[in-house]
Write a protein that binds this ligand. Structure first.
Ligand code: ARG
Length: 350
């Protein structure tokens, strides 16, 4: 009993330290020292174990969580993240309504905008991303969960899965998106028409929902989106042998002989598929970045952070692109990969 109590006290002390660290860093960085607010925090945390962030604090937390995301190469744009304060929203049906609005506003007719929606305590989004396909082997486990909740596959290619949400104190529920509210891009190649006949496509928006916002000793379900780098789709989602595994089909569409590995048909197919994804998004008027431009942006991010007197941490194996990594300036750099808060953390239920 004493040991348990001590553990609980320790946990509280940790949370209190985390919370006041957060507030101090916020005040320092925004140049708004506010000793009263720090006092309030200490008092409320000690008496109620809770503390409500102001909108300014929440907004800063979400943006800095992006800035601190060691795996993300697109961090230059962290100050532009639009933060939606939905902490009053805890019922599944309402969460879904707001996610729909998020999807619509973030897609923005192709001019994608980075948005994060921060939901209330107890909300869990079981789907790892808002948009997921049933026939993508990466989602096999998710499909089993959805089946238990009553979903049945139609068996189509690129079939959109329903979104599974658990409202605070509720059982998980499934919600369907309408096909017309989801922006998707059919894949075609500027020089090889046969590639379009493969019927490949991908959704425009990566809307990640299996990471929670970890700030000030609290965790919020907080789905967010940026925009794609083409390698995510062309060098991984469609190409991985454990995903759509389309390189043999692409090679055939390009008329490549696939008998000998040393002909490097896989590499040629991979390169043309990357060109095709960039071309298709451009044709469809949907924002996407190539890996060379993204790496240049990352270097600029590093320069800006250095000017601000901050260290950029990173996970090198995630920052280098899976296509031609050694052609980017990131290749020869080194990064400290220790995590800092605020950050995005894997949700406990995933
Ligand atoms: N790699 C994931 C996917 O292919 C998306 C992760 C987030 N990516 C991004 N560009 N914000 O769906």
């Amino acid at each position: 009993m004493t040991a348990l109590l001590n553990a609980a006290n320790l946990l509280e002390a940790d949370t209190l330290r985390e919370a006041s660290d957060f507030l101090q860093r916020y005040q320092q960085e925004t140049g708004q020292p506010d000793p009263t607010r720090l006092e309030d925090l200490r008092r409320e945390m000690t008496h109620t174990g809770k503390f409500e962030l102001s909108f300014g604090e929440l907004e800063w937390a979400a943006r800095v969580a992006w800035r601190n995301s060691t795996r993300c190469v697109g961090r230059l744009y962290w100050p532009a993240l639009e933060v939606r304060d939905l902490r009053h929203v805890t019922a599944a049906q309402e969460v879904f309504g707001h996610l729909r609005q998020h999807l619509h506003d973030a897609q923005n007719g192709g001019q994608l905008r980075p948005i994060i929606s921060v939901f209330g305590a107890g909300v869990e989004i079981l789907s790892p991303q808002l948009l997921r396909y049933a026939d993508d082997p990466a989602n096999a486990e998710l499909c089993r969960v959805l089946e238990q909740l009553g979903w049945q596959a139609q068996g189509e290619r690129f079939e959109l899965l329903p979104v599974a949400i658990r409202g605070a104190g509720q059982a998980p529920q499934l919600f369907d998106l309408q096909p017309e509210e989801v922006l998707e891009v059919p894949i075609q190649h500027p020089e090889f028409p046969a590639l379009a006949e493969l019927g490949l496509k991908w959704h425009a928006l990566p809307l990640v929902s299996d990471l929670s916002l970890d700030a000030c000793g609290m965790r919020f379900a907080a789905p967010f989106n940026g925009w794609y780098m083409q390698t995510e789709i062309a060098a991984r989602n469609l190409a991985d042998q454990g995903r759509y595994n389309v390189l043999p089909d692409v090679a055939r569409a390009l008329g490549l002989a696939t008998r000998h590995e040393r002909s490097l048909w896989r590499d040629r197919a991979l390169l043309e598929l990357n060109i095709a994804v960039l071309f298709s998004f451009e044709q469809a008027g949907v924002k996407i970045v190539d890996h060379h431009t993204a790496a240049q942006h990352f270097v600029r991010f590093e320069e800006k952070e250095a000017q601000a007197g901050r260290e950029v941490r990173g996970r090198w194996s995630w920052l280098i692109p899976p296509l031609s990594p050694a052609t980017t300036p990131i290749w020869e750099r080194q990064y400290n990969d220790e995590e800092e808060r605020p950050n995005f953390a894997r949700c406990p239920y995933h």
